[in-house]
Each structure stands twice: as C-alpha cells, then as structure tokens.
Design a protein. Structure first.
Lengths: 241, 251
C-alpha cells in the first residue's frame, strides 16, 4: 500500500538529542503514516530507544519538532500524547510491582478517561490477544515472571486503543511462540482500526513480515529506508547490525 | 566425567495454588553450559531463586560441592562461589558503572580472601579487568542509569566476571542484544567455560542456545520435561509444539 497520500500519524522533523553532552540523535526526520507499520533496525546504541523516548515525550530533544496526527502539541508530555492517541511499550516493561494486573489496567483506563461502562469490554478485547493474562489478573505485577510482566506492559498500552503505537523491543522476555502469537493480531489492528505502529525489534524476520517499511539507523542517524524486501538479504542485515 | 559442582534434586516451590517449580532435578558441571529453556512462567527464574536462597524451597535439596546450601541466605550462597544475574538486571542505578562492579566483588567469594589493602587492590584489579573484558572501561564513571540497554546487560556480566565465581546463573543475559553484542557475549561465555565455570543460562533465543549450550533442560509448568543434547531436545516435536507452536522452520 502507498503511504504518501495518508495523513501521518507521527512526524518528527530534525530531531537531535543526547545525554549530558553526548549526542545520540542527530537531525532525525521520520514519518509514520496513518495505518502504517514501520520497523526501525540498527545496532545496540544506534539511538533507537532514545528516539522512541523522545517521540513519547520521555526525553527532551535538543532540537526538532514533532507532530502527532498533524498537530504540534504545546506540551509534548506522555499524558498529552496519550490523550492524542499515542501509546508506548517501553524497553524493559516498567509495570508497577505493587499493583495487581487489574489495578494496572484500571489505572490505564482511568488515565485515558475511558468511560466506566466501556472498561470491561476494553479489557476483554486485550485479553483475547493475550489470553495467558487471565491466569494472573489478581496478582501483584512484582510477583509475575519476566515474560508475564512484558505481556502486561503490552496489554496496558493496547487498552487505551491507541491510534499510534510505539513498541520498543516487545519480544524481550517473551518465549518465541508467545511473541509470534502476538504479532499477527497486533498487525491486524492496523486493518481493523487503522492503527499505526513504529516497531523496534531485533527479531527482524518476524518484524519484517508485518512491516510496510523499514528504517535503518546507525550512530544516531537514519541511513537507509525502504521496503522490508530491500533489507531481507542476510548480508545487508549483518552490515546494519 | 567430572562430578557436577551443583546438584539439585526435587526442588519444589508453590505460590498459593501455583506450583511454580515442581520437583526439579538439575546438575551443573564445570566447563559446561546448561541452557534452561521453556515457556513464560515455566519456573526458570524460580529455580534460580531457590538455588541462590532468594526463595525458600518447599521441598528438595541443592548440594554445592557435596554440601547442602539449602536455607542459606543469598549473600552466603554468593560467597560459596555462585554468581547470578537477574532478568531485570537489578543494578545500583545511581552508582557509577565501576562501583557497581566493585560492589559485586564485595558480596562474592572474594569476601573470604585475606583482608586489608592487598585484598582491596586485588578487588580493584578484578573490577578493572571485568570492565575491560565487557568493553565498559570508557564508561566506568557513568551512572548505571545512563547506560543504553545493551551496556547495562554487559555491566551485569561485568559484575558476574568480577565475582570470580565458579558457578554462573544467568537469567536472559542476551535478550535485546544485537548480533555483534551477542557475539561478544558469546565470547565471554566461551572463555568462562574454558576456564571451567559451570554455567546455567536461561534464554529464549534459540540461536543463542544452539550456539552456546552443551545441554538443554526443557522446563514446562515447573517440571523438567526433557534434558539432553541441544540437537535432540530441539528436534523433539512435542517440545517444539509447546515452545514454538506449529511453525515449520522451528527446529
Ligand atoms: N513471588 C511469587 N508469588 C506468586 N507467584 C509467583 C512468584 N514468583 C513466581 N511466581 C509464579 O511462578 C511461575 C514461575 O515463574 P518464573 O518467574 O519462575 O517463570 P520463568 O520460567 O522465569 O518465566 P519467564 O520466561 O516469563 O521469565 C509463574 O507463573 C509466576 O507467575
Ligand atoms: Mg524468568
């Protein structure tokens, strides 16, 4: 499908960012079309997670502009972005250990101002994608296994029915079967609901299978862009990793 | 064949109704990498917790060099030469990279070395060596929280290296690493194996397992369903179904 005529879900223009003087991102521009699935590949340290954090308002860029569904938000904070329809599954989960899974879901739904009567339906919807969560809904997240926590982190992001989803290494901690079982239905949300997805993932084979486009990052810059087929060759990937 | 360094028999632990670990027997031998593989929630991390004293076992025993380590506190097990890493890393995020490694030498087998300035110097030397081997020397002054994900994983490995333990329990140390980092991690592991460390590796990426493991123990619902050579385990269609679903190119 062609993305050019679609309104972008996310536009980043000239983003530069770093940590205490160390430049990590240099003049990055990217567009995520509405309903588009884009995979971001590159070495550890190429700047992928920093870019995700900047896009979600968790790290302040030194320069650049970000537009979400055509709008530049006055306050580029996670809360404002959430309200605008963006959700992030961060690298390394970050669920509240002292809350139960149901409490975490409740908090996410409350924060997204989902009306009370709709909440149960939202949770059901997500549990269809991640049925294993049913086994531990009443448990405190801190007592869950690593993979179970990652499931909760992904579920929490999906609960808000985001229109654009940022997924930073969602496979970390998940057994291969579970990850596969998850990717296809997430990709299907694009077809059913037009959700846009920006995906950082080391399992490129699985990621490319659902992607429209691939962006390759190196040393804080996007060095290449194209359809997954242009990157599928093993030698090309070895270069980029 | 050398006798195993660590032998676990019938380890069990339930949480409420959930049998997280249900009679696991496992042994770790010097110079061998045993991979613990299995679905999410299979009980892999809990096994580590039972060995290291982070959790009490309901039943079963763990013998280290012929002596029981059941009931010991985590720092006591560490002092006997068992080093572990955590799935969520558990670094001292506000401390420098160097101090994170130095701290690991203080809660390890090193504790029993003669005290005083000589011991301190030896620990500092081990710290620098571990930083160098994990490629973190240039970042030694950085706060752990300012490191990128892969760097934090290597910091966790540096802590293991500096502890000079002869048993390593590694919980998903390679997840999220790119190919070249994974290769570097593999070299660290192979080097330790050559030096006779007994290694247990929890890992979901089967490329990593195939490359590094001498044996696989396949865990599901708290039980070891199969144990043996990697090729045999990975070819078993029953295990593949549990772990991969029905993907063709799985095994
Ligand atoms: N403190 C606890 N309280 C209650 N249940 C627990 C506790 N710790 C672990 N469990 C449960 O025991 C089971 C085994 O957990 P464990 O962390 O050992 O799994 P794992 O094999 O390491 O999984 P993963 O691959 O997801 O990390 C899971 O169902 C988990 O939710
Ligand atoms: Mg685990």
């Amino acid at each position: 499908m062609s993305q050019a005529q679609q309104r972008p879900a996310l536009e980043a223009i000239g983003i530069s960012a770093g940590y205490g003087g160390r430049a990590v991102l240099e003049n990055i521009s990217l567009t995520l079309g509405e309903g588009e699935i884009v995979t971001l590949v590159g070495h550890n340290g190429a700047g992928k997670s920093t870019l995700m954090r900047v896009l979600f308002g968790l790290h302040r860029p030194d320069a650049g502009r970000i537009r979400v569904f055509g709008q530049e938000l006055p306050n580029h904070s996670p809360a404002a972005l959430g309200a605008a329809g963006l959700a992030l599954v961060p690298e390394g989960r970050g669920v509240f250990p002292d809350l139960t899974v149901d409490e975490i879901f409740g908090l996410a739904l409350w924060a997204a101002a989902v009306p009370k009567q709709e909440r149960a339906e939202r949770i059901e919807e997500v549990l269809t994608l991640l049925p294993r969560i049913r086994d531990f809904r009443t448990r405190r997240a801190g007592t869950l296994s690593g993979g179970q926590q990652q499931m909760v982190s992904i579920a929490r992001a999906l609960l808000t029915r985001p229109r654009a989803l940022l997924l930073d290494e969602p496979s970390i901690g998940l057994a291969p079967k579970l990850f596969q079982d998850l990717l296809a239905p997430i990709a299907a949300l694009r077809d059913s609901r037009g959700i846009a997805i920006l995906l950082v993932e080391q399992n490129v084979r699985e990621a490319f299978a659902i992607s429209d486009r691939v962006l390759a990052m190196k040393s804080g810059a996007i060095i290449e862009e194209g359809p997954p087929s242009a990157f599928s060759d093993h030698a090309r990937l070895m270069e980029l990793f | 064949m050398t006798a195993p360094l660590l032998i676990c028999e019938g380890l069990s632990r339930s949480f409420g109704g959930v049998k997280a670990v249900a009679g696991v027997s496992l042994s770790l031998t010097a110079g061998m990498v045993t991979a613990l593989v299995g679905p999410n929630g299979a009980g892999k991390t809990t096994c580590f917790n039972l060995i290291t004293g982070n959790l009490r076992a309901d039943a079963g025993k763990a013998m280290l060099r012929g002596q029981s380590i059941m009931g010991l506190k985590p720092h006591q097990v560490a002092r006997q030469g068992v080093a572990r890493s955590f799935q969520d890393l558990r670094l001292f995020t506000h401390m420098s990279v160097r101090d994170n490694v130095l701290a690991a030498t203080e809660t390890s087998a090193w504790f029993w070395q003669p005290g005083g300035a000589a011991a301190r110097r030896a620990r500092e030397a081990a710290t620098e060596e571990a930083l160098a081997r994990t490629g973190l020397t240039a970042l030694a002054e950085a706060r752990a929280m300012d490191l990128a994900y892969a760097e934090r994983k290597f910091l966790s490995m540096a802590r293991i290296l500096a502890a000079r333990a002869d048993i390593w329990l590694l919980d998903e140390p390679a997840s999220g690493l790119d190919l070249s980092s994974r290769r570097r991690f593999g070299e660290l592991l192979k080097e330790a194996r050559r030096q006779g460390v007994a290694i247990c590796l929890i890992e979901h990426n089967l490329d990593v397992v195939t490359e590094l493991a001498d044996r696989i123990a396949f865990l599901d619902q708290g039980k070891v369903l199969a144990e043996g050579e990697p090729e045999a385990i990975l070819r078993d269609p029953k295990l593949a179904a549990i772990y991969f679903g029905d993907r063709e190119d799985a095994a």
